[in-house]
Design a protein around this ligand. Structure first.
Ligand code: SF4
Length: 356
């Protein structure tokens, strides 16, 4: 049986971060039981046991351990399943983390972002660096086999020193997995309306990314995807399902699914989801282009034989373009497998535009 993952969206947050365009309602102290009941209602319709279960958001750390436990039981994951829960450092306590672990969560993912308190305030984050270090220590005490930390790169007035300090915080906190994302100013966010001062330009941002890749690899975190790094053997299994175009089912407003290459999504209407008045909407088929797009995110790259199974192939002009990418240090290509180098990942969008 092919791998299968379930994603549960928890659209509640303590406050709205200034850069965030995820579907979430700020001002929450917890997750309403009516919302958990709606997730349970949908999970009851599923007959397929997942290999991975992912609580994403929003801030799933706002769930109570009892709510997490009931959702895990309803999802009925296979033995040995990876069960991830995202949280912000300042909404967890030793008791809640121990409760999540006891409920079956195997992987806790903390949005740390920066070790600079002034930067965290600028981003609209509600925690401090000290709170992040404390939450990581509690997570270790709670016994999670996998501890993940997020870092944001190329922030206003950014420096390599800020990255180094954040990496140190995550390393000392025992992170087995680190996601490092470049800040993107998304439409509709507070940062789009009131752009912060001191944002690095595209070339500077690319340098920050390449510096981060180098330092993470030196620190023992192997890069396996554009933004993801892990101590070997600690790669995230759930997100690999997305990038390998395997089946996943997303539940909750704004959650996306792809099952048997058919994509669908839930409208971003939390009350409609709770009331059961909205349903999943068909979005179309996943094809060779999607496969190419996803595989080139991975350091492993695109296998041309597999690509052919998706109906994809490169034309002569595309082959010529790829040879140019290799000569410029953006890609490696041995005729069977195409891989982007870190420099190629920085300009991935331009490369994909030429290939699609
Ligand atoms: S905590 Fe996460 S999901 Fe919530 S507003 Fe901030 S970035 Fe967005």
């Amino acid at each position: 049986m092919d791998s299968f993952g379930i994603y549960l969206h928890i659209p509640y947050c303590k406050a709205k971060c200034r850069y965030c365009d995820f579907y979430s309602a700020p001002g929450a102290r917890g997750v309403p039981q009516s919302y958990v009941d709606a997730l349970l209602r949908e999970l009851a319709k599923n007959r397929r046991r997942p290999d991975t279960l992912y609580f994403g958001g929003g801030t799933p750390g706002l769930l109570s351990p009892a709510q997490v436990s009931s959702l895990i039981r309803a999802a009925d994951p296979l033995p040995g399943a990876e069960i991830t829960l995202e949280t912000n450092p300042d909404v967890v306590t030793p008791a809640s983390l121990q409760g999540f672990r006891a409920a079956g969560v195997t992987r806790i993912s903390l949005g740390v972002q920066s070790a600079d308190d002034a930067q965290l305030r600028r981003l609209g984050r509600t925690h401090t660096a000290a709170a992040a270090a404390q939450a990581l220590a509690w997570a270790r005490e709670a016994g999670f086999p996998e501890i993940c930390g997020d870092i944001m790169l190329a922030l206003p007035h950014y420096s390599n020193a800020e990255f180094d300090a954040t990496l140190r915080l995550l390393q000392e906190g025992g992170c087995t997995h680190i996601s490092a994302y470049l800040l993107k100013i998304e439409p509709g966010t507070a940062f789009a309306k009131f752009p912060p001062e001191g944002l690095p330009g595209p070339d500077e941002s690319a340098d920050f990314y390449l510096y981060a890749v180098e330092r993470l690899v030196e620190a023992g975190y192997r890069q396996y995807e554009i933004s993801n790094f892990a101590i070997p053997g600690h790669e995230g299994r759930h997100n690999l399902l997305y990038w390998n175009c395997r089946d996943y089912w997303g539940v909750g407003p704004a959650a996306h699914s792809c099952l048997q290459n058919v994509r669908s999504y839930w409208p971003d209407d939390v009350q409609g989801f709770i009331d059961g008045t909205v349903t999943e909407q068909a979005e179309g088929l996943c094809d060779g282009e999607d496969f190419l797009l996803m595989q080139l995110r991975l350091c492993r790259g695109l296998d041309l034989t597999e690509y052919a199974r998706w109906g994809g192939h490169f034309t002569k002009p595309q082959m010529e373009f790829l040879r140019h990418c290799v000569a410029s240090g953006y890609a490696r290509f041995d005729g069977d497998r195409l891989q982007l180098t870190p420099a190629g990942m920085v300009v991935q969008n331009a490369i994909l535009e030429a290939l699609i």
